[in-house]
Design a protein around this ligand. Structure first.
Ligand code: NAX
Length: 325
């Protein structure tokens, strides 16, 4: 029997977690012979609801679920964890300014960055999903000097899988036939889902679809998909977000397929002119549990302009929370 692995999930009583926790306990991330301990973090008023979720987890009698810890203390949640899913964040309330939303969430990720620095395994993989995900990840990294910045990433995998699915539907192929799509930049409506290097069954995607479709349908559809889901379902994406959380982390652990890459928001190393340290979504490959930004892709002026817009938005977000550091 393998030693159980500790996994932290924040915002554990929220809707994404309601899908994610059952998949983690079923072995969807670490496989059918790896026992786990779930360490679940919530704010104090949500602990009662979280107890109900834990009752359901126990009711499933998952053989791999060795223990569940629930807490409102980040240091307890992150104690010696190998994987941390930072999902909990405050939603935007009616009439709230973007700068207020950024500040309120910044405080959460500053506290959690410090707690990770103190308590987590030195090889922890931290995936930030709570919005604004890129800036929250940037803040957590800034508070965790004893952890390598490469221990952190923010999630643009849902944008990536949305883009893959839209292109597959347009071309009448399966999603497995699509390779080398990139979502660049910020996990916001500014994001740039890029088809210039994408391939469909080995053929260049942009030779198979009209340029007008790429610019005027594909781009806005992927950029605004989250809003469309809220309009249609009445609630924000949860099942698809949990799926993207699992896909991001399992790719980070197991590696990318030969000849393909995925999109992850990671600290920039200066590639493509993006300011070093800014958490920016790039095409990445993963080997031996380490992500590497794909270098040297040719970007035309259309693409470069969109990268610059994303960089400007992320610098503005950082500016709005800098006083808290
Ligand atoms: P919910 O509002 O259902 O759940 C959030 C949970 O976080 C709540 O239970 C709340 O009590 C908890 N929470 C708040 N502050 C906390 C703190 N300091 N410590 C621990 N827990 C805390 O939201 P849900 O639909 O689950 O979405 C969670 C976050 O993911 C949101 O910020 C959302 O915007 C973001 N998303 C990010 C996506 C991405 O691709 N990066 C896609 C999906 C999602 O929209």
């Amino acid at each position: 029997m393998k030693t159980p692995v500790d996994i932290a999930v924040t915002g554990a009583a929220g809707q994404i977690s309601y899908s994610l926790l059952f998949r983690l306990a079923a072995g969807d991330l670490l496989g059918p012979d790896q026992p786990i301990v779930l360490r679940l973090l919530e704010i104090t008023p949500a602990l009662e609801v979280l107890k109900g979720v834990v009752m359901e987890l126990h009711d499933c009698a998952f053989p791999l679920l060795h223990k569940v810890v629930i807490t409102d203390d980040p240091k307890v949640a992150f104690d010696n964890v190998d994987y941390a899913f930072l999902i909990g964040a405050k939603p935007r309330r009616h009439g709230m300014l973007r700068s207020d939303l950024l500040s309120e969430n910044a405080e959460i990720f500053i506290v959690q960055g410090r707690a990770l620095n103190e308590a987590a395994s030195r090889n922890v993989k931290v995936l930030v999903t709570g919005n604004p995900a890129n800036t929250n990840a940037y803040l957590a990294i800034s508070q965790a000097p004893d952890l390598a910045p490469e221990c952190f990433a923010a999630m643009t995998m849902l944008d990536h899988t949305r883009a893959v699915s839209q292109l597959a539907q347009k071309c009448g192929v399966l999603t497995k036939d699509i390779k080398n799509i990139t979502v660049w930049g910020n996990h916001s409506c500014m994001q740039y889902p890029d088809l210039h290097h994408a391939r469909v069954k080995g053929q260049e995607a942009l030779s198979l679809v009209e340029h007008d479709w790429f610019v005027n349908e594909f781009l806005p559809t992927v950029q605004h998909r989250g809003t469309e889901v809220i309009k249609t379902r009445g609630q924000s994406s949860a099942g698809s977000a949990a799926n993207a959380v699992i896909k991001h982390m399992s790719t980070w652990i197991n590696g990318t397929d030969d000849g393909d890459w995925v999109s992850m928001a990671v600290p920039s190393d200066g590639s493509y002119g993006i300011e070093p340290g800014l958490v920016f979504s790039f095409p990445v490959t993963v080997t031996n549990g380490q992500y590497n930004i794909v270098k040297g892709l040719d970007l035309n002026e259309f693409s470069l302009e969109r990268l610059r817009q994303n960089q400007a938005e992320l610098i503005e977000e950082r500016q709005m929370v800098r006083h808290l550091l």
